[in-house]
Design a protein around this ligand. Structure first.
Ligand code: DUC
Ligand code: ZN
Ligand code: ZN
Ligand code: ZN
Length: 460
């Protein structure tokens, strides 16, 4: 199978030029001006932006959580991702406390293998670090190609590990060539505030927000950063939302420490005024919660300063009926919001079109850095000879409106209902095949491949 993309404006994290791309099989075979090739298919990309497929390194598909399951399966979630220009995701495997990493991986494989439409990998969430788990880290890195280990400093009793486990895990992960990633919020302080609010009869979604103030994230981010510095372990903070937490990372740069930072599209585009809507606010109950306008400005600036490296989603959708589980108690509202399909177009419209970031920066934070930081570059995350032909063709001028009525995620509301965007993903290639065209998915369930990842350097 060969395919020629003609006359597109090719954007990578560093380049911007007009050229043709020849795809043969699953890879890019040639790039050049006026390429002459008798390809089986030709796409005219005149006036279009041609960019690497998006990589969303933070999604929760079909995940057991807070007494229910996130509503997108590996099939529906990765298909929706493709519609929005994301060709690969990294999903989270959650170890059950008292059980092994292997058991958790088997469980996730049983749901994802043969059903995923787009490419995927897993992070392994270590929720119980003990001598048994310690012995499994090497196997995950060497045999499974799972090189990132997620930790939770909150959700005590289900997911949280203490600082003793964190330090020991960092030492082992460093030894094995992996990276520790973290949900950095202070679980004890949050639990205290949740209990206090409930005891006072304050049960609405607003109190979810008021139970996770900025200090809970700033403190945990600083503690995590200090432990990473002490152990020398490559480190990554997921879904960073606020100025206080980013300042902890900024401080670390003064001692020449690198801690990778991910924010999510919602923290750049939405704010805490969403918690003034009575129970409807449950749509935006996520952890950490949405923050203030000053935090949005800090995060956009952080991207341009090179402190924020990745824009992900923390996609963790729940049907409205599931959100209603917390009608009388905000602490029972399943945490999470849907965005896997919207990330690339939202970031383009709100970021590039509003002159907050350049086109190169856009590709860097949405495609290239996820591949580099998580050990997949240059196979993924760029357009280059020999790289996987994961390519999106985006019309930079086309306007469209986000709505639950037209999205492909398995969730009955949109967190961005009615938002008018400029810039639409028209065509998506995944490993050389046209996956999306004309608003139609052309690759079947099971086309998605598990991508084994390399050891990480901790330096990009
Ligand atoms: N936060 C969420 O909002 N959902 C899933 C897990 C998390 O940390
Ligand atoms: Zn067991
Ligand atoms: Zn989290
Ligand atoms: Zn998450």
């Amino acid at each position: 199978m060969s395919l020629l993309i003609k006359n597109g404006r090719i954007i990578t994290a560093t380049d911007d030029y007009l050229a043709d791309i020849l795809v043969e099989g699953e890879q890019v075979a040639a790039i050049g001006k006026d390429l002459i090739a008798d390809a089986e298919q030709t796409i005219d990309a005149t006036g279009m932006l041609v960019m690497p497929g998006g990589i969303d390194p933070h999604v929760h598909l079909d995940m057991p959580f807070m007494g229910t399951f996130s509503s997108d399966t590996h099939e529906t979630g990765t298909r929706a991702a493709l519609f929005g220009g994301t060709t690969m995701v990294i999903d989270f495997v959650l170890q059950k406390q008292g059980h092994s990493l292997r058991e958790a991986l088997d469980e996730w494989n049983s749901r994802a293998r043969g059903t995923t439409v787009g490419d995927y990998s897993f992070h392994m969430a270590v929720t119980d670090f003990n001598p048994g788990t310690k012995a499994e880290i090497k196997t995950m890195v060497e045999e499974e190609g799972i090189t990132s280990f997620k930790t939770f400093m909150a959700y005590k009793g289900a997911l949280m590990i203490d600082d003793r486990q964190m330090t020991a895990l960092m030492q082992e992960v460093k030894q094995q060539g992996g990276m520790v990633t973290v949900h950095a919020t202070n679980g004890d302080v949050i639990d205290y505030l949740v209990a206090k609010h409930l005891a006072e009869g304050k049960t609405s979604p607003l109190y979810h927000y008021l139970s996770q103030p900025e200090v809970t994230e700033a403190e945990a981010s600083a503690r995590f950063t200090d432990l990473a510095n002490y152990t020398g372990c490559p480190a990554y903070i997921v879904h960073l939302t606020c100025e206080g937490a980013l300042n902890a990372v900024r401080n670390a740069t003064r001692r020449n420490q690198k801690v990778y930072v991910e924010t999510c599209i919602q923290y750049l585009t939405l704010d805490a005024s969403k918690y003034d809507k009575g129970f409807e606010s449950a749509k935006w109950v996520m952890s950490p919660p949405l923050r203030e306008l000053k935090d949005q400005e800090t995060l956009w600036a952080g991207i341009n300063q090179g402190l924020v490296n990745i824009v992900a989603t923390d996609h963790c959708p729940f049907m409205w009926k599931q959100k209603m589980m917390g009608e009388d108690n905000f602490a029972k509202i399943p945490n999470g919001h849907p965005a896997i399909e919207n990330r690339m177009e939202l970031l383009f419209s709100e970021g590039v079109k509003k002159n907050r970031i350049t086109l190169n920066k856009y590709v860097e934070v949405a495609c290239t850095n996820p591949a580099k930081i998580f050990g997949m570059f240059p196979r993924k995350g760029t357009i280059a000879i020999g790289s996987d032909a994961d390519i999106i063709i985006l019309d930079p001028e086309q306007k469209h409106t986000i709505s639950a009525a037209t999205h492909h995620m398995n969730v009955d509301y949109s967190a961005y209902e009615g938002w008018e965007l400029t810039g639409k993903v028209k065509t998506v290639l995944l490993r050389g095949r046209i996956a999306i065209d004309n608003n139609e998915c052309l690759v079947p369930k099971g086309y998605g491949q598990f991508i084994k990842r390399n050891k990480v350097s901790g330096k990009i």
